[in-house]
Design a protein around this ligand. Structure first.
Ligand code: BES
Ligand code: ZN
Ligand code: ZN
Length: 501
């Protein structure tokens, strides 16, 4: 969808030509084209446009062009006067995409402004914003979406007189953003159309396309290996569970990172049934699994070399049924720990515990990150802006926090003292799966902690951010694709051979 254009803005005859303008201390915003700047000055004098962030000016040059460029539409988008960083450009890119889609714009040319900032950051931010902001899920619409009156935005080109060295920034941004859109697609699918089997089929397909190894563990294999958590959660479902494993080789001497994603394709709560109001949202309970698979896909596509990767997605539905798991049942997780299941709605930790213990035993990773829509409690604590981060390693946290900030997907670390684990003591088994309500995001992570041993590990609770994420121009309603770009950025910026313990 993205490329650099060789066409001079003045000669461009396409649907939409876009300029970006800072808000000056005084006077009218400036613009690279003198003729467009003239229009801006007029409109500024009327008090209708000052270059504020989020402001835009769209006009139609008409037949008498008065020296204006040849495009059908011309738009000037405000960048405000705050610090120029990737998020600001991302938001501008998102605003341009959604404005373009409100008109009948199929392709556009965006002129890069001459500003004192890191040009690669500018290109990355704008590119990500354009791709993420142009995303819509229309598969099940038989009629045109009234919100998008025109066609979908198909092509966006960037123009810079000198774009030397910027091609890589554009390519990486496009890969990251398209992978996040892929994760959004998976999440938007209803549970009837995105099943555990779809996870393994997708895994096989990306592995074949990008030269990764894919192993799918079916129900019989999960039984044989003793992954009792996944099997227990699956008991009420008519669809078999699956666990998909993807392996990507960076370079032999690099550390290995294990990624684990919660692939609950529908969470009804099971016998501890959820209230029906809003239950349809529980089709999104697979966003962690989607994030992990799509991040792998992005890394493989970009051929990043810094880390070796293993990704595991345990996938099942959680439904009540005649054979369903019941409150009070005792199950045996991979590795032998027993768990008294107090609440069948706390199922994510049961499937993740198996996947974490299995992945660590089999692949001996140097570090582990899991991503899961794990608790309603994290939404109470952090709302819909920051993802919860819980970890046993400060270095890993530092790198993830930085990756989240660079990606516009901020995280917030919550504590994980041993004291919290007390709530999980069971009278009859090694652990129980829930504590009291208080500190629910922390007790959930404390449960997982029992299965990772000393391996450096971080847990991302994305329950508040996987959908209904902070409103931004480049995040349309629905699933956000959260964590795909953060993981991609984390891997891309991996520096140093190891992690400090
Ligand atoms: N999938 C839910 C968590 C969730 C809730 C995600 C709301 C997104 C929005 C998870 O499986 C769950 O049901 N957790 C319970 C745990 C409780 C029973 C200890 C919860 O948070 O209510
Ligand atoms: Zn649940
Ligand atoms: Zn769940």
């Amino acid at each position: 969808m993205l490329q650099f254009s060789k066409i001079e803005p003045k000669a461009y005859v396409g649907d939409l030509l876009v300029y970006l303008s800072r808000q000056p201390g005084k006077g009218a915003p400036r613009c690279a084209s003198e003729a467009v700047a003239d229009v801006v000055r007029q409109v500024h004098a009327l008090g209708d446009f000052s270059g504020k962030e989020g402001e835009h000016l769209l006009f139609y040059p008409g037949k008498e062009r008065h020296g204006l460029p040849s495009a059908k539409r011309i738009m000037v988008v405000g960048l405000g006067k705050d610090e120029l960083n990737r998020e600001l450009f991302r938001k501008a890119g998102g605003a341009i995409a959604s404005l373009a889609m409100k008109s009948k714009v199929r392709e556009l040319l965006l002129v890069l402004p001459d500003l004192a900032c890191d040009r690669a950051e500018m290109v990355e931010g704008l590119s990500e914003g354009l791709v993420l902001g142009a995303y819509r899920f229309k598969k099940y619409k038989t009629q045109k979406d009234p919100e998008v009156s025109g066609e979908m935005l198909q092509q966006a080109a960037l123009y810079a007189a000198d774009n030397k060295g910027l091609g890589k920034a554009l390519k990486l941004a496009e890969i990251a953003a398209q992978s996040a859109c892929q994760a959004r697609d998976m999440a938007n699918e209803p549970a009837s159309h995105w099943t555990p089997r779809d996870f393994s089929e997708y895994g096989r397909q990306v592995a074949a396309t990008h030269g990764m190894r894919c192993t799918v563990l079916d129900q019989a294999r999960l039984k044989k290996l003793g992954l009792g958590g996944i099997l227990a959660v699956n008991q009420g479902s008519a669809r078999p569970p699956t666990m998909v494993v993807l392996e990507y080789a960076g370079k032999p001497e690099a550390p290995t990172l294990l990624l684990v994603g919660k692939g609950l394709t529908f969470d009804s709560g099971g016998i501890s049934l959820k209230p029906s109001l809003g239950m349809e949202e529980m089709k999104y309970d697979m966003c962690g699994g989607a994030a992990v698979l799509c991040a792998m896909q992005a890394v493989a596509q970009a051929k990043l070399k810094g880390l070796n990767l293993v990704a595991i997605v345990p996938a099942t539905e959680n439904l009540p049924g005649p054979a369903a798991l019941k409150p009070g049942d005792v199950i045996s997780q991979y590795g032998g720990k027993t768990v008294e299941v107090i609440n069948t709605d706390a199922e994510g930790r049961l499937i993740l515990a198996d996947a974490l213990a299995y992945g660590i035993k089999k692949y001996k990773p140097d570090m582990v990150i899991d991503v899961a829509t794990l608790t309603g409690a994290v939404i109470i604590g952090l709302g819909h802006h920051r993802t919860g981060l819980l970890s046993n390693n400060d270095d890993l946290c530092g790198r993830l926090l930085a990756a989240g900030n660079r990606s516009g997907e901020p995280l917030w670390r919550l504590p994980l003292d041993q004291e919290y684990t007390k709530q999980l003591k069971s009278e009859i088994a090694d652990l129980k799966n829930v504590g009291k309500k208080d500190g629910g995001a922390i007790t959930a992570a404390s449960f997982l902690k029992e299965f990772v041993g000393d391996t450096p590990w971080a847990h991302l609770d994305i329950a508040g951010t996987a959908w209904d994420f902070t409103e931004k121009s480049y995040i349309p309603k629905g699933p956000s694709g959260i964590a795909v770009r953060t993981l991609f950025d984390f891997i891309r910026n991996w520096k140093g051979e190891g992690l400090s313990l």
